[in-house]
Design a protein around this ligand. Structure first.
Ligand SMILES: Cc1cc2nc3c(=O)[nH]c(=O)nc-3n(C[C@H](O)[C@H](O)[C@H](O)COP(=O)(O)O)c2cc1C
Length: 369
C-alpha cells in the first residue's frame, strides 16, 4: 500500500479521499449558443478525472458581462445549470468531489463579447493584453470603470451563481480572485485607481472581494467556499506588482482567519520573479504561517514536490493543472509509480474531443501498445 501523504485522505470542512486536486482549467468546449456544459464533452471529461481528491471546474462566468474567452461554460442560465447537473451526478456516481470555479474576467475581455460595449473593471485602465474571441486573439481595450450600481449588481451575480451551483449539485464553489481577473484588478493599485471606498487603501481595494464573500456565504455554507490568489503574478494577464501588492495579500489572508472556509488556494509565481523587488518567491512558505485553515498550493508541482510541500507543513493540498489535462488517472499513476503523459498545448482550447477526452489512462495506454 502506498502511504505517501499526497494520497492520504483530508478531512477539515471538506472530506477528501486524497490531497491531489485537479486545478481549474478553461478548456473552451462549451461551443453552443447557451455556453452550457454538454453530455458529450464535459460529463466524460470530468468523470474521467473523478479519482482526484477534489476537482475544481474550469472558470465559469457568473453572468454574460463576466465573460472574456470564447466558448467558456457559464453558471448563470437554466440551460447551464441543467448541463452542470449531469456533470456533478456523473462525478458523484464515480466517487468524486467537485467544486465549480466562479469567474468574472473584468477588463480581460473584449467588446465583441458585450454587443460592442466596454468590459467592466475597477478603473478605466487597459491591461494591454489579449482576449481570445471567436475571431482569434484580439487586443484588450480601455474598460469602463464600474459604477457603484455595477459593483452591487456584480455581487448579486456571484450570489445567483452560487445558488445555481448548489442547485446543480456542486459540493462547493471556488471564487476566482486570482490571475489578473476582476477581484485581482481591484486588489492591485496599478489596476485600481478609484478614489471611492473601493480604491486607495488596502482595506478599500479588498472591500469588493469581501462583500462578495460575505454575500455568497449567505447562500452556501462557508465551509464549502474556496478562494484563489496569485500574489506574485507580474507581467502576465495585465498585472503589475508594486510595493503594496504583497501587503494587500497578507491583509486578505490574515482576515480570512475570521472565516471558516473550505480552503485558500494559492499559486507559486507563474514566472521568475527573482528580480522583482516587491515579489515573494516562495508563496506557500511565506503565507502558511499567516493562515490557520486549509491551504492548497499550485503551479509547477509534481508527485515528489507535492509530497514535500505537505510534509514540510507549507500546504495541506496540492492542485495539479496541466498534468491533469494529459493524465486523467493521475492519482492511480502516483499510487503505482507509473510514467506520466505529456500534454499538448495546441489542443488546450480547441473545440471537440481531441486533446480533451482522448488522453488514455495508463491501463488503456498499455493495452493500445
Ligand atoms: C489550459 C489552461 C487553462 C486554465 N484555466 C484556468 C481557469 O479557468 N481558472 C484558473 O484559476 N486557472 C486556470 N489555469 C491555471 C491553472 O489552474 C494552474 O494554475 C496552472 O496550470 C499552473 O499549474 P500546473 O503547473 O500544475 O499546470 C489554466 C491553466 C491552463 C494550462
Amino acid at each position: 500500500m502506498n502511504t505517501e501523504i499526497l494520497l492520504t485522505p483530508y478531512h477539515k470542512n471538506i472530506q477528501l479521499k486524497n490531497r491531489v486536486v485537479m486545478a481549474p482549467m478553461t478548456r473552451s468546449r462549451a461551443a453552443n449558443e447557451e455556453n452550457a456544459p454538454t453530455e458529450d464533452l464535459h460529463v466524460p471529461y470530468y468523470t474521467q478525472r473523478a479519482s482526484a481528491g477534489l476537482i475544481i471546474t474550469e472558470g465559469s462566468q457568473v453572468s454574460k458581462a463576466a465573460v472574456g474567452y470564447v466558448n467558456t461554460a457559464g453558471i448563470h442560465s437554466k440551460a447551464q445549470v441543467e448541463g452542470w447537473k449531469k456533470v456533478t451526478e456523473s462525478v458523484h456516481d464515480a466517487g468524486g468531489t467537485i467544486f465549480i470555479q466562479l469567474w468574472h474576467v473584468g477588463r480581460m475581455s473584449h467588446p465583441d463579447f458585450h454587443n460592442g460595449n466596454l468590459p467592466l473593471a475597477p478603473s478605466a485602465i487597459n491591461p494591454n493584453a489579449k482576449s481570445f474571441t471567436s475571431e482569434g486573439f484580439k487586443d484588450t481595450v480601455t474598460p469602463k470603470a464600474m459604477s457603484k450600481e455595477e459593483i452591487k449588481a456584480t455581487v448579486t451575480d456571484f450570489v445567483n451563481a452560487a445558488k445555481n451551483a448548489v442547485e446543480a449539485g456542486f459540493d462547493g464553489v471556488e471564487i476566482h480572485s486570482s490571475n489578473g481577473y476582476l477581484f485581482h484588478q481591484f486588489f492591485n493599485a496599478t489596476s485600481n485607481t478609484r478614489t471611492d471606498e473601493y480604491g486607495g487603501s488596502i482595506e478599500n481595494r479588498t472591500r469588493f472581494f469581501f462583500e462578495v464573500l460575505d454575500a455568497v456565504k449567505e447562500v452556501i455554507p462557508q465551509e464549502k467556499i474556496g478562494v484563489r490568489f496569485n500574489p506574485s503574478l507580474n507581467g502576465l494577464f495585465g498585472m503589475t506588482m508594486d510595493e503594496e501588492t504583497i501587503p494587500t495579500f497578507e491583509y486578505i489572508i490574515k482576515k480570512l482567519n475570521d472565516y471558516n472556509l473550505a480552503y485558500i488556494h494559492m499559486s507559486e509565481p507563474f514566472t521568475d520573479v527573482s528580480d522583482i523587488p516587491y515579489a515573494v518567491q516562495h508563496i506557500a512558505k511565506h503565507f502558511r504561517p499567516l493562515y490557520n485553515g486549509t491551504l492548497m498550493i499550485n503551479a509547477g508541482f509534481d508527485q515528489e514536490s507535492g509530497n514535500k510541500v505537505i510534509e514540510e507543513g507549507n500546504a495541506d493540498l496540492v492542485a495539479y493543472g496541466k498534468l491533469y489535462i494529459s493524465n486523467p488517472d493521475l492519482v492511480e499513476r502516483f499510487k503505482n509509480g507509473h510514467e506520466l503523459s505529456k500534454w499538448d498545448e495546441d489542443t488546450f482550447y480547441t473545440p471537440g474531443k481531441e486533446g480533451y477526452l482522448d488522453y488514455p489512462t495508463y491501463q488503456e495506454k498499455a493495452q493500445i501498445v
